[in-house]
Every structure is written in structure tokens, then in C-alpha cells.
Design a protein around this ligand. Structure first.
Ligand code: IPE
Ligand code: IPE
Ligand code: MG
Length: 257
């Protein structure tokens, strides 16, 4: 239970119907979008939007933990984001460095484990090192797992999984008949992480942009009109409330009481 009641009470003190039953999604994944537009609207360089976006990362991580969310995935850099101007890519890499150097201790003190998904091999070497260090340093965190998608592309991830499985078949470890959905899931960089219950995207865009294509088979989607730097604790709580109104059937018929 989220313990929403005290905060979600209407002005007359009554608890909205159903508020007692609010359950946090186990896994929320966020496409943090709109940093550039947030900055441009204010006459600032795009990187200023990314910097402000980092405040939202901190706020949302803390709130997700408070809400009882066990896995929070943040899409930080896609395999297609290398196409951006050099200066912006460099600025983003500097922010990743800054975040990992500064934030690890805080995550440890809060019991948050960090895990990266995507292909680290294309990241600058010093960042690869920081990623390994951050995973090692926070490995004991049991309250929440913060999954950071860095150089992540769902299609590339599926291609790599297919290549690895075909190697195993060639080595005689597996036959074609042994390949199941679990075989494929186990070869993805998200192996061991439950599929997201909710994917939310800020900035009003309504697309996945190559995010978690396999894992999102039965995920609920929520598109929020705010740009990422304006997304805060309240926005996340509202998203969880919206999630609680969804009727997830997974192809079956809803059980009646
Ligand atoms: C999302 O904000 C952050 C990253 C992709 C790293 P954008 O930079 O995509 O912001 P917009 O969509 O251009 O406004
Ligand atoms: C998706 O946002 C990637 C991240 C949030 C890291 P983009 O801004 O790159 O996606 P498109 O280009 O609008 O589809
Ligand atoms: Mg964008």
C-alpha cells in the first residue's frame, strides 16, 4: 500500500473511493523527454535543460522509493542519440560523469542498487569504468533497483541476443526447439529485471523511440504533457494513481468477484 490516504484526501477530509487499494507498480520505466524544448523555450542552450533534468532524476528516484516501487528504469541515452551535435553529446557525457561521481554515495545510503542496461562498449572508457564502479558500490542496495538505460536500443539488444543464441546452438548447447521466450529474455541486458508495469514518457510525444520493445509486450503506457525538467514527485504520484485505474487483462478475461 502506498499510504496515499493522508495526501490524497479531498478538501473535506474524505478519502477518494478506491484510494485504500492503491498499489505501486513493481517496475516503472521512464522516457525522460523534453529537456531540449524546456531549455529552448527559455532561451537557454539545450544542455541547460539536461542539467535541470538531473534534478528531476533525483526527485523521482527518491519518490519512487518512497512509493514502494521496486524497479525504476530511466532512459538516459539511446543508441540513436549519438546522431546529435557533438557538443550536446559531450555535454551529456559530462553530466553522466558528474552524476555517477556525485550520486553513488547517496544511492548507497538510501539502499538503492544501480544497474545499467544497453551496450556499454560504445561509451567513453572512463564512463565505462564509472559504470562498473557504480554497480559494484551499490550492489548491496535492496530497497530499490535504479536501472539506467545508457546507449540503449531495443533492436540492437534483440539482435545481440539472437547472435548469442545462435552461437549457443552452433556450439551444441541448445537446439532450435529449446528456444523459448525465457531463452530470449535471459540474453537481453534486462535479464533478471521484471518487465515494466508502466512506461511513462514526458514531453507529450507518444512513441517508444526504440525503448524496451520486447519487455513492453503487456506494459501500460502513460504520456504526460510536461517536459522532463518539470516532472516532480507529485507528477510521479499522479502517474501511479493513473496506473491504478488500469485494468490489466494480459489477454484473459477479467475475474469477477
Ligand atoms: C531527453 O530530452 C533527454 C535525452 C534524450 C538525453 P531531449 O534532449 O530529447 O529533449 P527534446 O525532446 O529535444 O525537447
Ligand atoms: C528518447 O528520446 C531517448 C531518451 C529519452 C534518452 P529522443 O528525444 O531521443 O526520441 P525521439 O528522437 O524524439 O524519438
Ligand atoms: Mg527528445
Amino acid at each position: 500500500m502506498l499510504g496515499f490516504n493522508s495526501k490524497e484526501k479531498a478538501a473535506d477530509g474524505t478519502v477518494p473511493e478506491g484510494a485504500d487499494d492503491l498499489k505501486p507498480p513493481q517496475h516503472v520505466a521512464i522516457i525522460m523527454d523534453g529537456n531540449g524544448r524546456w531549455a529552448t523555450k527559455r532561451g537557454l542552450p539545450r544542455i541547460a535543460g539536461h542539467k535541470r533534468g538531473l534534478n528531476s532524476v533525483r526527485k523521482v528516484t527518491r519518490e519512487a522509493k518512497a512509493l514502494g516501487i521496486r524497479y525504476l528504469t530511466l532512459f538516459a541515452f539511446s543508441t540513436e542519440n549519438w546522431l546529435r551535435p557533438r557538443e550536446e553529446v559531450h555535454g551529456l557525457m559530462d553530466l553522466f560523469r558528474f552524476y555517477m561521481r556525485r550520486e553513488c554515495k547517496v544511492l548507497v545510503s538510501e539502499g538503492v542498487r544501480i544497474k545499467f542496461i544497453g551496450d556499454p562498449s560504445e561509451m567513453p572508457e572512463d564512463i565505462q569504468k564509472l559504470m562498473v564502479e557504480a554497480e559494484e558500490l551499490t550492489a548491496k542496495g535492496e530497497v530499490m533497483t535504479l536501472v539506467v538505460a545508457l546507449n540503449y536500443g531495443a533492436r540492437a539488444e534483440i539482435v545481440r541476443a539472437a547472435a548469442r543464441i545462435s552461437e549457443r546452438v552452433a556450439a551444441g548447447e541448445l537446439t532450435g526447439n529449446d528456444i523459448t521466450e525465457e531463452t530470449i529474455s535471459a540474453e537481453l541486458t534486462t535479464s533478471g529485471i521484471p518487465d515494466p508495469d508502466l512506461i511513462l514518457r514526458t514531453s507529450g510525444e507518444q512513441r517508444l523511440s526504440n525503448f524496451l520493445l520486447w519487455q513492453a509486450a503487456y506494459t501500460e503506457f502513460l504520456f504526460v504533457d510536461k517536459h522532463w525538467p518539470d516532472f516532480d514527485q507529485t507528477s510521479l504520484r499522479q502517474a501511479v494513481i493513473a496506473y491504478n485505474t488500469r485494468d490489466r487483462r494480459f489477454g484473459a478475461v477479467r475475474k469477477t468477484a
